[in-house]
Write a new protein. Structure first.
Length: 199
């Protein structure tokens, strides 16, 4: 009789122990999940990860260049550059360039003119590509277009002109005038080409 009466007590005690084990497991799971969440929260708030995220976003934005618009805006930019160059060197300064070429015993061929025209279009495309690459950092608009146009002028106009001056092949006056006109033409052309560029 004693063994029979002890049976329910033992079962109840066993059930209580199982409940305690289950509760302990649940608490451990809750504590573990909270610790993971807190660690993740601390990790995402750290500066280096934020810097990594922002740099990744900048790289992603840099990869979204609209190449069709670069080509379109660049061709228009190159067309404007060629107009400036024709009016400046082919009309206003044509006599001076003819005299300079004759002094060298040479003449300007039509193939050379074709090369200059192609270079104008290539320069226009490069200028708008530079604007598209600078947009994520400096923002879209005429200010960035003028800034990238000036940067292109330094590399594509000013430095080559300075490199020609010590050679004495052409009159310095022609080179200086060409450089000044080049600054105006590349900024104006960049503004127009940038206006056509959209992402």
């Amino acid at each position: 009789m004693q063994a029979v009466s002890d049976g329910p007590l033992l079962c109840e005690e066993h059930e209580r122990k199982l409940d305690l084990i289950r509760q302990a497991d649940q608490k451990w799971v809750l504590l573990t999940s909270c610790a993971i969440e807190n660690s993740l929260g601390l990790t995402t708030s750290l500066g280096p990860s934020n810097i990594f995220d922002s740099s990744s976003q900048r790289r992603f934005a840099m990869g979204k260049i609209n190449w069709a618009r670069v080509l379109l805006g660049g061709l228009v930019t190159g067309f404007i550059i060629n107009i400036f160059e024709y009016v400046t060197n082919g009309v206003v300064l044509a006599a001076y360039w003819d005299a300079a070429m004759k002094a060298l015993g040479r003449h300007l061929s039509m193939s050379a003119v074709a090369v200059f025209i192609v270079m104008g279009f290539i320069g226009g495309i490069a200028a708008i590509w530079l604007y598209a690459a600078a947009r994520p950092r400096f923002g879209a608009g005429p200010k960035t277009a003028a800034l990238t146009g000036f940067a292109y002028w330094v590399v594509g106009y000013a430095l080559p002109t300075l490199g020609q001056m010590p050679l004495g092949l052409f009159p310095r006056r022609l080179l200086v005038v060409g450089g000044i006109v080049g600054l105006v033409e590349i900024i104006v052309a960049s503004l127009v080409g940038a206006w056509l560029y959209k992402e």
